[in-house]
Design a protein around this ligand. Structure first.
Ligand SMILES: Cc1cc2nc3c(=O)[nH]c(=O)nc-3n(C[C@H](O)[C@H](O)[C@H](O)COP(=O)(O)O)c2cc1C
Length: 397
């Protein structure tokens, strides 16, 4: 019987599913709900020293609806970090650890670029008994005028410096959460690990504009006629998150063995989780999925991940962590492998050559263009081999 239990940076988790920082972890009510439903750990909504500077607007979300218009596959938010005073959070962190002493509670913290502020924040939250810290260096709309969030996370030197400050003050492990709004996510990840982070969390949201209302001609979400670019999350970002998780996992494997990766971005099922773990993640986080399906979605996710493991005879997460990383190579190497394969086929006169070999740009015809496009595609799927439809999503109708 496979097990989902895992130990990461000394933290013992019953399963790798972690609530990501955001509305599903925004106060003790929802954090308690998460633990009761069985989540492996919770990263609380990001806190800073002075919540009075945080003022949210409504509406602050925008959805990209797919197909029949019932399901949001993309989600924009212009929500800031927690607007609740740190003193209230200190009380709730302590109460949470009293209520759930054996469960892993991670505080997400964010501050301005000043060592004394980071040190004070680290000391205050860890004094409440939290098990670990996540540094939010990545919120795309996080108070840029104060140079917080992604404004910091885009600068590897600043990332390294902040991690050094946190390392000096922290008695618990900490992860640095990366912004995807950068060309090479490896650079700030490397800087964070050099600065002493135990692990990397990635990705935060991708800067976006969700759409323009064709009646009012106003971009959305519209607040008294205006908007500002926000952060994109949910299923639509999974391919980007997978790519970035893979890039970070390669850095960890080659340069920082033993450090950890908590991956997120569009995860909604056990199969999604399996893909991220196959690309090197130790744990997976979910934010928007919980906003769509509720905290109870963790149960079918655990069942699906266990079934995947049983199907492949994996006993533990370590048995398949990073197993698919070896199959990334350069495009030039793909061309070489393809010609070697075709040469081997030609050596057997009975074999029929695959059609794709002959598909050069001149072969596109105007008539069966859609059919030809389809023939050149491999359907992205996380379900069992041979199943073309993705698995049903928990709560989806
Ligand atoms: C409404 C909303 C609020 C968020 N707030 C925070 C936050 O306070 N701190 C943080 O580090 N990430 C925050 N995030 C980002 C998520 O933790 C996560 O990195 C991102 O949404 C991608 O994961 P997902 O597709 O599972 O949502 C927020 C996301 C959403 C949708």
């Amino acid at each position: 019987m496979p097990t989902l239990a895992t130990t990461v940076d000394g933290l013992k988790l019953p399963n790798p599913f972690i609530i990501a920082s955001g509305p599903p972890s925004t106060n003790l009510n929802v954090i308690s709900r998460a633990f009761k439903e069985g989540w492996g750990a919770v990263v609380a909504k990001t806190v800073s020293l002075d919540a009075t500077k945080v003022v949210n607007v409504t509406p602050r979300y925008g959805k990209l609806l797919a197909g029949d218009g019932k399901e949001a596959i993309g989600w924009e938010n212009i929500e800031l970090i927690s607007d609740r005073p740190l003193s209230l959070w200190e009380d709730e962190f302590k109460r949470c650890k009293d209520l759930f002493p054996d469960r892993v509670l991670i505080a997400s913290i964010m501050e301005e670029f000043e060592q004394s502020r980071w040190a004070e924040l680290v000391e205050r939250v860890q004094a409440c008994g939290v098990d670990a810290l996540e540094l939010n260096l990545s919120c795309p709309h996080g108070l840029p005028e104060r140079k917080m969030g992604a404004a910091m996370g885009q600068e590897p030197d600043i990332v390294q410096e902040v991690c050094r400050w946190v390392k000096a003050a922290a008695k618990v492990p900490f992860w640095a959460k990366m912004t995807p709004n950068i060309t090479h996510i490896e650079d700030p990840s490397r800087a964070a690990l050099r600065g002493g982070a135990n692990g990397i969390a990635a990705i935060n949201t991708i800067r976006c504009v969700i759409g323009v209302n064709l009646e009012t001609l106003r971009p959305e979400p519209t607040v008294h006629g205006y908007t500002t670019p926000g952060g994109y999350s949910s299923r639509a970002i999974k391919p980007i998150a997978l790519r970035m998780a893979m890039e970070i996992a390669q850095v960890i494997r080659q340069e920082f063995p033993g450090r950890s990766l908590s991956a997120m971005g569009g995860i909604e099922s056990g199969h999604d989780a399996a893909e991220f773990i196959l690309l090197g993640a130790d744990t997976v986080q979910v934010c928007t999925g919980v906003m769509k399906f509720g905290h109870e979605m963790v149960r079918p996710m655990c069942d699906e991940l266990l079934a995947f493991m049983a199907r492949h005879q994996f006993e533990t997460l370590a048995d398949f962590k990073g197993k698919s990383l070896d199959y990334f190579t350069t495009h030039a190497d793909l061309v070489k492998r393809q010609s070697e394969h075709h040469a081997a086929q030609k050596a057997h006169p009975s074999a029929t050559l695959s059609q794709q070999m002959h598909h050069a740009d001149g072969d596109w015809s105007g008539d069966d263009f859609v059919k030809q496009s389809h023939a050149l595609a491999q359907t992205g799927q996380s379900g069992p081999a041979g199943k073309t439809e993705p698995p049903p999503h928990p709560g989806a109708n």
